[in-house]
Design a protein around this ligand. Structure first.
Ligand code: NDP
Length: 246
């Protein structure tokens, strides 16, 4: 395992859930972390916590991943402050599950904007720097719903299949560039993700669900595993599902 001391990681969607846990885990391994999301107050609290607990440097950059210039600024500011960008975690995402017949077209658009365009803007902003450096690691957070389509996950799954397609293409295109790519596909994790669902039929369906979800930390450990491997090891795909209760 390699150490992350003197490395710099950007994490999008670091204001809650999986992104927050990834940022803490990377900092625990010694990485300086740049925290990005829209809720900057939550990011500031996390930055203070991470700095006092792990002694690494932090920065908070309020960023909407659907805005290309804001993603460009995120990377530019990071390179100016730290001199390089070693890890970019494309984690921000929304899961507005709904049935197609209920026609939540605004939510479809939001998922495409955040989950696909947001990831593309992250690649657009970070990849040229990493190619210049001839080293770097991009983590794309997809989902088990990027491997299978569930009732009401049709559009969400389409966005997460797209994330996986991006990861698979990047992994091949970049295999001799020094830039590594990891696609992370979590199963159900206990976060704020389901709080934004508005389709009444989906909410009713969720009431009867008896699955014990994973913790955000369970996913964060898999990211840390991928980025701490020796530089010739490219961990391309990680799927982490909860066990069903016996
Ligand atoms: P949370 O809702 O807890 O976190 C989502 C994060 O995304 C927040 O930090 C939010 O920050 C950020 N975000 C949303 N929209 C934007 C935007 N426009 N610009 C910048 N940041 C944005 O959910 P999770 O932690 O669970 O989700 C993280 C990732 O994991 C997502 O990609 C999700 O699809 C994926 N995933 C989650 C699973 C689960 O069961 N929880 C399972 C499989 C995959 P803010 O609102 O402050 O901008």
């Amino acid at each position: 395992m390699t150490t992350l001391s003197n490395k710099t990681a950007i994490v999008t969607g670091a204001s809650s859930g999986i992104g927050k846990a990834i940022a803490k885990n990377l900092a625990d391994e010694g990485a300086n972390v740049v925290l990005a999301a829209r809720r900057s107050e939550k990011l500031k609290e996390l930055a203070e916590e991470v700095h006092s607990e792990y002694g690494v440097q932090t920065n908070v950059i309020e960023t909407d991943v659907t805005k290309r210039e804001e993603m460009e600024n995120l990377v530019q500011q990071t390179v100016e402050q730290f001199g390089s960008i070693d890890i970019f975690v494309n984690n921000a995402g929304v899961m507005l599950l709904s049935f197609l017949k209920n026609d939540h077209v605004d939510e479809w658009e939001q998922m495409v904007d955040v989950n696909i365009k947001g990831v593309l803007f992250g690649i657009h902003a970070a990849l040229p720097e990493m190619l210049k450096q001839e080293t770097g690691h991009i983590i794309n957070v997809s989902s088990v719903a990027g491997h299978e389509v569930f009732p009401s996950s049709t559009v969400y799954s389409a966005t997460k299949y797209a994330v996986r397609a991006l990861s698979m293409g990047m992994e091949k295109e970049l295999s001799n560039s020094g830039v590594r790519v990891t696609n992370v596909s979590p199963g159900a994790v206990d976060t704020e993700l389901t709080d934004h669902i508005t389709d009444g039929e989906v909410l009713d369906m969720f009431k009867d669900r008896k699955m014990e979800p994973l913790e955000a930390e369970d996913i964060a450990r898999s990211v840390t595993y991928a980025v701490t491997q020796p530089s010739y090891v490219n961990v391309n795909e990680v799927i982490v599902r909860p066990m069903h209760k016996r």
